[in-house]
Write a protein that binds this ligand. Structure first.
Ligand code: HEC
Ligand code: HEC
Ligand code: HEC
Ligand code: HEC
Ligand code: HEC
Ligand code: HEC
Ligand code: HEC
Length: 486
């Protein structure tokens, strides 16, 4: 159907490439990227643990069935999909009629054991309610199938191709497999387009803001990622964080001094991971592509000293390689400064709409008033720009201007009736003005769009109790029992 309307090629999946590129197909199949997500069909390592803070016990079997035992009850959940190849760890998703949520259990491969998921350490209950947003699947799988108007409801399975598909780096292949079109070869692109291919998944920054009238997922290999989104980092040494390879490498002397010549492909073959026995010489060869052995005679394992592994900020139990290639190995360690100022990763984004959005996004996390002020200074009049409207509404709400916030939330909902943030917050504003009928309508809609939406659920509970709406309260509590097990 779609092919009738679009002249462009469509996605065909990895298997379609095997016939003509058998060697690449075979080596690629075993890489962590290719195995970065999938449907669970047995094969998990069984295990059990008790989580101290919540006193909840978990027992996981091979098929992905989880027995949960609390002080008050036992329950069972079924893990449907995995995320992460398991080099360091593996996360799991469960499906509630197509709505996907992260499980509180994670497999930590480096320690060879199950434990609570990163960010769940301090929980007092068993939480099955963390929604899986599009971005998560878009980095770990390919051709994600999100239902329109929802933020975490998907077709089953939620992806057409598990893992990172060939076409994520080479573009859709339907014409090429029929001998009619050429694929994109990243190595033959100009440096910015080439680097965009890896950056679509290996860069996060402190904030990523989509350009006006663009959708991030419309980026295709060969295009410029910066036409779709702008990235912002804190002005100061970047911490070692997950998905920060592009930023870290950009901060290295090697990259600064050699420019476009150096990129991810200088040291990595995306189709193949060097086996352990080749690892030292593989990376040494990459270094010696630019350096002379005479420059440093401290040993052959260059990366053990210059690209040390370290624990990731906020990353649970993971350790990742420092891509800033420091001269003195400990140099990048303990940096704790007052980081609040954002720097655009690409200088063209100084003073932009996107910088304003980025300040508003980080301010929503940190509450830092300096960031709030920068956001208000930079954000243009919203016009018909729903992204800006949503951020401005939040800022007005924070700075004591509920009327202006309400106008903007209503305008967002006209364009995007599924906007959870607008539904919940506008509901809160109605409630603050004692208009509970309208507040309840909006909170109910938020729950319909995202069945575990915590703030809407909490507010509805309070409202139903106060208004003695017992039947609605019972239904709501039954709904919530799937989100949190106490
Ligand atoms: C029918 C055989 C056939 C199939 C199927 C096929 N290819 Fe190719 N591919 C070729 C041939 C022949 C070339 C060399 C000529 C060219 O560049 O088109 C090639 C070249 C390429 C190149 C290099 C392009 C360049 O400019 O350096 C890439 C990348 C590529 N293919 C990726 C894929 C992917 C990904 C798939 C699966 C979606 C795929 N191919 C399926 C035959 C095939
Ligand atoms: C569609 C998203 C996506 C794209 C595009 C992508 N990566 Fe990855 N990459 C990932 C994910 C996700 C992982 C983690 C895999 C895991 O262990 O689950 C990863 C892991 C890796 C790893 C470590 C393990 C391995 O597979 O070797 C390297 C190296 C890597 N990527 C290099 C690259 C390079 C180079 C490019 C660009 C040519 C690139 N990636 C493009 C998502 C992506
Ligand atoms: C911007 C792209 C991106 C997003 C969004 C993202 N990841 Fe990742 N993830 C990666 C990459 C790339 C890696 C490899 C290591 C790294 O870069 O930190 C990775 C590593 C992992 C790992 C460890 C994999 C291994 O083999 O050890 C797990 C587990 C994981 N991610 C789960 C998730 C989950 C769950 C979400 C969403 C809730 C998510 N990630 C969101 C790109 C992403
Ligand atoms: C993570 C990104 C990524 C993925 C996934 C990926 N490739 Fe590639 N591919 C590249 C890059 C980068 C190059 C250029 C390598 C170079 O020359 O330095 C390349 C080159 C190629 C080439 C041409 C050069 C050659 O070595 O023959 C073919 C053919 C190809 N890829 C096929 C595939 C197929 C088939 C798959 C899936 C089974 C695949 N690629 C998956 C990034 C990727
Ligand atoms: C694409 C070329 C290139 C590659 C590949 C490369 N470097 Fe460099 N590196 C450079 C350049 C250029 C400089 C700057 C030299 C100068 O300032 O005189 C540099 C500087 C350095 C420095 C000094 C850093 C400082 O802060 O003074 C170290 C250490 C270093 N490289 C180690 C490595 C290691 C280890 C590898 C392999 C993992 C590597 N480089 C790969 C080009 C490269
Ligand atoms: C100068 C060489 C070099 C360059 C350039 C480079 N890497 Fe790496 N990368 C390494 C080394 C060394 C490791 C550690 C491999 C190991 O421990 O086996 C690594 C590991 C990784 C891993 C696996 C997880 C981890 O942290 O150990 C990912 C993902 C990755 N690199 C992504 C990238 C991306 C994306 C780029 C481009 C922005 C890039 N790398 C550029 C040398 C490099
Ligand atoms: C045992 C740890 C270790 C190993 C292994 C090691 N280096 Fe170094 N390297 C250092 C230290 C420490 C310095 C800083 C020396 C100083 O500032 O006096 C350094 C300095 C450098 C410099 C900067 C030299 C200059 O004069 O500016 C480069 C380039 C470099 N190393 C590259 C490499 C390469 C390439 C390899 C692998 C062939 C390697 N190193 C292996 C520890 C190591």
């Amino acid at each position: 159907m779609i092919a009738l309307f679009l002249a462009t090629a469509l996605y065909v999946g990895n298997n379609a490439c095997a016939r003509c590129h058998a060697d690449i197909f075979k080596t690629y199949r075993d890489t962590p990227m290719a195995r970065s997500s999938g449907i669970i069909s047995g094969g998990l390592t069984p295990g059990a643990f008790q989580h101290a803070a919540s006193a909840v016990s978990y027992r996981i079997d091979r098929s992905g069935s989880v027995q949960i035992t609390t002080n008050r009850q036992s329950a069972e959940k079924k893990l449907a999909y995995f995320i992460g190849s398991g080099s360091a760890g593996q996360s799991y998703l469960w499906s509630r009629n197509g709505f996907l949520f992260q499980a509180p259990v994670t497999w930590y491969a480096q320690q060879g054991r199950w434990d609570v998921s990163p960010g769940y350490e301090a929980d007092r209950v068993s939480r099955w309610s963390r929604p899986i947003a599009f971005d998560c699947l878009n980095c770990h799988s390919s051709q994600v199938r999100l239902a329109a108007g929802f933020s975490n409801r998907y077709a089953e399975p939620p992806f057409a191709q598990p893992g990172v598909g060939c076409e994520r780096c080479h573009g859709p292949g339907s014409e090429h497999v029929e001998g009619r079109g050429k694929m994109v070869n990243p190595a033959k692109l100009d440096a910015t387009r080439r680097d965009s291919v890896c950056a679509q998944c290996h860069m996060s920054g402190e904030a990523r803001e989509t350009r006006a009238r663009k959708r991030f997922e419309d980026y295709r290999p060969g295009a410029l990622l910066t036409d779709y989104a702008a990235y912002f980092v804190y002005d100061g040494a970047p911490a070692l964080k997950a998905t920060s390879y592009v930023e870290k490498l950009a901060a290295s002397r090697c990259k600064i001094a050699s420019g476009a010549r150096m990129w991810c492909g200088t040291c990595h073959d995306p189709h193949r991971v060097p086996p352990p026995a080749e690892r030292v010489s593989w990376y040494r060869t990459a270094c010696l592509g630019c350096h002379q052995t005479a420059e440093c005679k401290r040993g052959n394992d260059c990366v053990s000293c210059h690209m040390p592994k370290g624990h990731v900020e906020g990353g649970g139990h993971g350790v990742l390689t420092d891509h800033s290639i420091p001269r003195i190995p400990s140099h990048m360690a303990a940096e704790s400064r007052d980081l609040w100022k954002l720097r655009p990763f690409s200088p063209a984004d100084a003073g932009s709409r996107e910088l304003g959005l980025a300040y508003a996004e980080v301010a929503a996390r940190t509450g830092d008033v300096r960031q709030v002020q920068e956001a208000l200074r930079l954000l243009p009049d919203a016009g018909q720009d729903a992204q800006v409207e949503l951020r401005l509404a939040d800022l007005y709400q924070r700075t004591g201007n509920p009327q202006r916030a309400a106008v903007l939330y209503r305008s967002v909902l006209q364009k995007d009736p599924g906007s959870e943030a607008a539904l919940v917050n506008l509901g809160n504003l109605y409630a603050a003005a004692n208009d509970f009928d309208n507040a309840i309508l909006l909170w109910r809609e938020a729950i319909r769009r995202e069945p575990c939406q915590p703030e809407a659920a909490r507010n509805l509970q309070t409202a139903y109790r106060a208004r003695k709406q017992d039947r609605e309260l019972t239904d709501l509590l039954a709904n919530q029992a799937d989100c949190v097990i106490e």
